[in-house]
Design a protein around this ligand. Structure first.
Ligand code: C5P
Length: 405
């Protein structure tokens, strides 16, 4: 799945040691389908050579405003008009200061001033430089001029100090650029998502859980964030990283049991959209043991485990939904994994829960897989989403749900 297919990116490189990571960044952007045109400042060429960047991108690298390779001598206009975005990584303190003042004394700064496309910057500098009031001012001015700042992160720096100012990793910059390009169909909306399995303890070391990996729920959280929503992800026990971690925008609550998940959902502020993606255990253990249950009767007897029904989170959310302008609020979306007659059984479930939309997992082997096929069943019919990576399906699902709000 290439998330930057047909995108033309001008990759600006300014003078900082993090420039060595720009080579990896160019490769990742290209792997996602983008074509990359590199423009470097003179200082950047001290850290990484234009030859390296040209070899990686397959495009001539520009460093000079008066480059004779551009026919009309207007490199700044030619290059920016062709671009879908200008991404500067690393963006040095000096470059940020110049851009924030509208200075244009070399090709990269002139290109930014002449652009008619978005500008994204990944700052990279020593922590004292990042904290300096002049840089704080530059960052504020750039944001108010609608430039997007990606990072920086905190961590070990090339100068030996530790703190804020480290450039985001190339993979994180790529993720955030992809997110930037998604349609903001959920701007201003609050989205609450449950994901993953739950774990019902039998004793301190044993319990009952299921095979849900959490991948679909996490993909929906990412797609909702990309679409401009404020996202709260409530996750059962799973090993997945919070999506778009470097952007730090998803609020995540980790829970263990279905009861914990229920309480976390009820404690979350009101939302516009609720996705119940978690595979919530139907039963809790009514008589969990505080101590590990020992084998008894020479291993021949079995423990007496009693079950109690768990609260139905989705049903509770759907029952609490209010009507606003004829539409339910929050708009609740459920998931169904059925072994037979998917559409019929899932639609029955949709009606029982009183929700406008239920998503059927097509096929038996969706657990843990990176791919899935979905059937969207709503009040007026159904729509199939063909087999694709879960993130791609999540983006399609978000687009569909946005049309229903
Ligand atoms: O109730 P059932 O498991 O058949 O339906 C599945 C849907 O209900 C999923 O969206 C799941 O997240 C949600 N659910 C829930 N709380 C439960 C059981 C299921 O939110 N206790």
């Amino acid at each position: 799945m290439q998330s930057l297919l047909n995108k033309k990116i001008v990759l600006g490189i300014s003078g900082g040691i993090a420039a060595y990571k720009s080579a990896e960044l160019a490769r990742l952007l290209m792997q996602e389908g983008a074509s990359v045109q590199v423009v470097m400042t003179e200082a950047a060429t001290q850290f990484i050579t234009p030859v390296t960047m040209q070899a990686l991108t397959g495009n001539p690298v520009f460093t000079n405003q008066w480059d004779a390779r551009i026919n009309n001598n207007m490199a700044h206009i030619e290059l920016s008009r062709a671009a879908d975005a200008i991404l500067i990584a690393p963006a040095s303190a000096d470059l940020m200061a110049k851009l924030s003042l509208g200075l244009a004394d070399d090709l990269l700064t002139t290109l930014c001033l002449a652009r008619d496309c978005p500008l994204l910057l990944a700052p990279a500098m020593n922590l004292q430089m990042w904290q300096h009031p002049a840089t704080v001012r530059s960052a504020e001015r750039l944001r108010s001029d609608h430039a997007e700042l990606l990072g920086p992160a905190s961590g070990a720096q090339a100068c030996g100090e530790v703190g804020m100012g480290r450039m985001l990793e190339p993979a994180e910059i790529t993720e955030q650029l992809i997110a930037f390009f998604q349609k903001k169909v959920l701007a201003g909306k609050r989205v609450l998502i449950t994901a993953g399995p739950t774990f019902e303890a039998i004793d301190p070391v044993r319990g009952i859980t299921n095979r849900s990996s959490g991948k679909m729920g996490f993909a929906i959280a990412r797609a909702a964030l990309e679409a401009g929503a404020e996202v709260h992800l409530i996750a059962g026990p799973c090993e997945l990283d919070t999506p778009l971690l470097a952007a730090g925008k998803i609020q995540r609550t980790d829970v263990v049991s279905a009861k914990d998940m229920y309480e976390a959902v009820m404690a979350s502020p009101t939302c516009d959209l609720f996705f119940g993606v978690a595979a919530v255990a139907d039963w809790a253990i009514a008589n969990p043991s505080k101590e590990k249950i020992k084998r008894q009767g020479g291993g021949k007897s079995t423990p007496n485990i009693e079950f109690a029904p768990n609260p139905d989170i989705l049903l509770t959310m759907a029952q609490s939904a209010k009507k606003a302008k004829g539409k339910p609020y929050p708009y609740c979306v459920g998931f169904a994994a059925e072994s037979t007659k998917l559409e019929e059984h899932a639609d029955d479930k949709r009606k029982r829960k009183g929700i406008p939309l239920i998503i059927g997992n097509i096929g038996p082997d969706t657990f843990g897989s990176d791919q899935n096929q979905l059937l969207l069943i709503h009040e007026r019919g159904s729509k199939k989403l063909a087999k694709a990576p879960k993130l791609q399906l999540a983006r399609q699902l978000i687009q569909f749900v946005a049309t229903q709000l």
